[in-house]
Design a protein around this ligand. Structure first.
Ligand code: FAD
Ligand code: NAI
Length: 328
């Protein structure tokens, strides 16, 4: 099969951008489309009048040798920095220091600095929600929610969360079925701006009791403003039970849970906001790498094709690019 000259990628999260860069390096013209204005997907930072908050990906680790080498290059470019929080584990017995040797990285000075750096000069069509794909004479047209048309493209990579990928993959029923069957779990993230520092020796904690899963002092990450900003994340189970609870109520409940977890009175919150992630993480890991229907020129990638971590998304994007290039 001949190499494509143009590839459309739907989704400019880590998986889509990873695929885009690999194809661009191979000399292929790529165009990215995202329903959000910018890049990053679930690796995002929210701007508020109390500073910025990382409300998606909190940090990432690198285990696969290819990803380790990639992260090293990001580090050299200054897009990411190592983060060495005072880590704890919180359970019914209380707060336990739980420092370890794991290298953890964050985008610097905010999570989206990484996706912006990776995007570089690649073409991104932001605020474009693709609703369907049409194939004409071996090439693809992308149609958006306003009936705008983009194309033609030789190949299309769908790099959205599984439930959003399934309808776009309708032309390849096997791929659509795989995406439909991959359940993704929800999560609530709460941003809190306190008016003074908390009186504790904890930067972040894995929580093993109550509705919280993770708490983190955003300002403990390199490059962030000094405002006392915390991010809380719920367990998927709690989010499932509170999917339709109003955000203000969720924010209040999780703020209360923070006080309980830290066993300390909290100062007044100047900012309190909740964000619901309907598709926060795949319910399980798998070993697909990426999905491919080469005869149609249709591909899919995302963390749900491997593992629900930033590394899984990056590796999956690479797998999709390899499949487009005909390497398996
Ligand atoms: P996404 O980042 O979801 O990108 C998909 C993109 O597709 C999005 O930008 C979306 O806007 C776009 N899109 C969807 N539908 C359409 C459409 N129809 N048209 C156009 N665009 C569309 N991982 C870690 O490694 N460490 C962590 O600490 C961590 N914490 C997390 C905390 C939270 C709250 C969440 C939600 C996730 C966390 N993760 C973490 C997981 C990590 O964020 C994901 O694994 C990774 O970002 C997924 O990347 P992706 O490219 O597969 O998908
Ligand atoms: P990691 O190796 O730091 O953590 C993996 C898991 O090991 C943690 O969730 C925690 O349970 C445990 N752990 C690690 N270090 C610990 C310590 N020092 N003390 C106590 N427990 C410790 O990171 P990895 O494997 O890269 O995972 C990424 C993180 O992303 C995880 O924390 C995961 O829960 C989180 N995540 C959150 C999502 C959400 O929606 N909230 C979605 C996807 C991932």
């Amino acid at each position: 099969m001949s190499l494509p000259t143009s590839v459309a990628i739907i989704g400019a999260g880590m998986a889509g951008i990873s695929a885009a860069r690999a194809l661009d390096e191979a000399g292929i013209t790529v165009e990215l489309f995202d329903k959000s204005r910018g890049t990053g997907g679930r690796m995002t930072s929210k701007r508020t009048d109390h500073g910025e908050f990382d409300i998606g990906t909190q940090y990432f680790t690198a285990r696969h040798h290819a990803f380790r080498a990639e992260v090293e290059s990001w580090h050299e470019k200054g897009w990411v920095a190592r983060w060495q929080p005072r880590l704890c584990r919180i359970d019914e017995q209380g707060i336990h220091p739980s420092d370890d040797e794991q290298d953890r990285y964050v985008g610097s000075p905010r999570m989206t600095a990484l996706s912006r750096g990776l995007l570089g000069n690649l073409t991104l069509h932001g605020s474009v929600r693709i609703t369907r794909l049409e194939q004409h004479d071996q090439s693809w047209m992308l149609i958006d929610s306003e009936e705008g048309q983009y194309g033609p493209f030789d190949r299309v990579i769908v790099a959205t969360p599984a439930p959003q990928a399934a309808p776009l993959l309708a032309a390849a029923p096997q791929l659509a079925r795989a995406a439909e069957q991959m359940a993704m779990e929800p999560g609530w993230a709460v941003s809190i701006g306190f008016d003074q520092p908390l009186n504790i020796d904890v930067d972040a904690a894995f929580v093993r009791t109550g509705p919280l899963d993770w708490i983190c002092a955003n300002h403990s990450k390199p490059g962030r403003a000094e405002n006392c900003n915390w991010v809380l994340q719920s367990t998927p189970q709690w989010a499932q039970q509170h999917l339709d609870t109003p955000p203000a109520e969720v924010a209040g409940l999780l703020l209360h849970a923070l006080g309980e977890a830290l066993q300390t009175p909290l100062p007044p919150a100047q900012l309190l906001q909740a964000h619901r992630w309907l598709y926060a993480r795949p319910a399980e890991d798998c070993d697909w790498g990426a999905l491919a229907a080469p005869d149609l020129g249709l591909y899919a990638c995302g963390d749900w094709c491997l593992a629900g971590r930033l590394e899984g998304a990056w590796l999956s994007g690479r797998h999709a690019a390899q499949a487009v290039l005909g390497h398996h």
